[in-house]
Design a protein. Sequence first.
Length: 304
Amino acid sequence: MAPMAPTSTPQTPFGRVLTAMVTPFTAEGALDLDGAQRLATHLVDAGNDGLIVNGTTGESPTTSDAEKAQLVRAVVEAVGDRAHVVAGAGTNDTHHSVELARAAEKAGAHGLLAVTPYYSKPPQEGLFRHFTAIADATGLPVMLYDIPGRSGVPINTETIVRLADHPRIVANKDAKGDLGRASWAIARSGLAWYSGDDMLNLPLLSVGAVGFVSVVGHVVTPDLRALLAAHLAGDVTKATEIHQKLLPVFTGMFRTQGVITTKGALALQGLPAGPLRLPLVELSPEETEQLRRDLAAGGVRLQP
């Protein structure tokens, strides 16, 4: 039996600080389950309440369904009694997404992340039916993932409000980059709102977000927790200071595609990562040195 997920509340169904975890590979490009367990343990030890596996940062477009299930089982085994393990299950094929959702539940996931169907550009009614089908497929709570820059279409506020009526759709990961729309959607939907854009972590907290689904959490989780704690305590000055301290990290980790820089950053810290699968490619030596400078400017400790 999979470990029980940590206690959650309706306001924070997946905790407050989650890292969208990379998928470590061996030097030969195979799934590195031991590395995944070690990385998951490191991230939870650093202060993450939860981990997203099989998301875009986990190279989900290039991992097989079998690998996805193996990864969920391994991460749940390693940290499932201490952290929420949320499995990416969204694709642009509703039938396939339902299959992935059921496989994730069987593998022990505590929740699902469902991204907007990409490339197909469905209308809002198609989005509503797609997300509803995923939420109907299992007993797991669902976090929507709104990222029009990748998917091609936003989840409109009216659609978010409709989806919020579903008893298992409990949260939204917001990478829309629109604080006005976020403000209205938070107020009207009642969903737990998670920042999916690290540069906007603090601004989204100010309009009602409860936490983060972060990429930079791979390297600065303690700072993210400190920023969150300062905000919750009403210490605006302290929260702003931490936000500004992290600006070089926010910028450096997204100078190129985020999975590429994240695996480069983990390598600089001696943590499990491994190579990438095409069409993603490793950082050049020049890009690695720029990333080293960016991380150091944000106070991240690196290997010599």
